[in-house]
Design a protein around this ligand. Structure first.
Ligand SMILES: [Zn+2]
Length: 243
């Protein structure tokens, strides 16, 4: 046993034991290529979209709990300070808070498992916490959750001998995944429509670009020049997180 952590939560005490299992062999992942890699983009409405256009929705029960939490938080502010009613309301809030975070974590584990069932590496957009772009700002409601999800995904991938590859997301929503041409769109433009004939959902197009970057796939641009997307765009994720 490596460590034991005791945490106090709204509904009691929790103990987390960290164990080291030396019987698990170290797996060497295959190099990422087109056939063994999936690209995922953080969706605006759905939780994520992959490079085949498959979406993972945020479950309704989770949305409901979130709404209930907000309602309870408002009810606290209406209660008199120091009153018993207020104390009770605060307790209800912390319980609801715990429920939301547990549901979110369960959901993240479920999605990570589902993604890795394909036995492929996962390329995802690297989060840029400091330089939040306009796009990210609109998605920020998901951001906290997305970070946790990626940590879970990285750990699960490593255990399965697969890679979770952090990719520079710069331009992935603007560039055409088919011809490499830049197709400017603001956040309200949900559809990617390129003069080369490529028609895709915006996030689907981005997911393909993320996959291409992770495997160093070259795309021909409109002038017939090969755009090199490998090298600096590719970066292995920090697999040591949470260890
Ligand atoms: Zn195109």
């Amino acid at each position: 046993m490596k460590t034991a952590t005791i945490i106090k939560k709204a509904d009691g005490y929790y103990i987390t034991l960290s164990l080291q299992d030396s019987s698990i062999p170290v797996l060497t992942p295959d190099a990422p290529e087109m056939g063994n890699t999936i690209g995922i983009d953080m969706g605006l409405k759905s939780f994520l979209v992959d490079d085949l256009g498959r979406q993972e929705e945020i479950p309704q029960y989770y949305r409901k709990s979130e709404k209930r939490l907000k309602r309870l938080q408002r009810s606290v502010s209406r209660k008199k300070k120091g009153s018993n009613r207020r104390k009770k309301a605060i307790k209800r809030v912390s319980k609801a808070h715990l429920k939301v975070s547990n549901q979110r974590k369960d959901f993240h584990y479920k999605i990570a498992k589902k993604l890795l069932q394909h036995g492929k590496h996962i390329a995802y957009e690297k989060l840029n916490i400091k330089g939040i772009t306009r796009t990210k700002l609109a998605k920020s409601t998901h951001d906290a959750g997305w970070g946790q999800f990626l940590q879970i995904l990285s750990i699960k991938a490593e255990k399965a001998g697969l890679l979770a590859i952090a990719v520079n997301p710069c331009g992935t929503s603007q560039d055409c995944s088919s011809c490499g041409q830049k197709v400017k769109k603001d956040l309200s433009t949900r559809w990617h429509s390129c003069s080369c004939g490529c028609e895709l959902d915006r996030d689907h197009n981005a997911a393909i670009n993320l996959k291409h970057r992770a495997v160093g796939h070259s795309v021909l641009n409109s002038l017939g020049n090969v755009l090199e997307l490998s090298g600096s765009h590719q970066e292995a994720s920090a697999l040591s997180v949470l260890r």
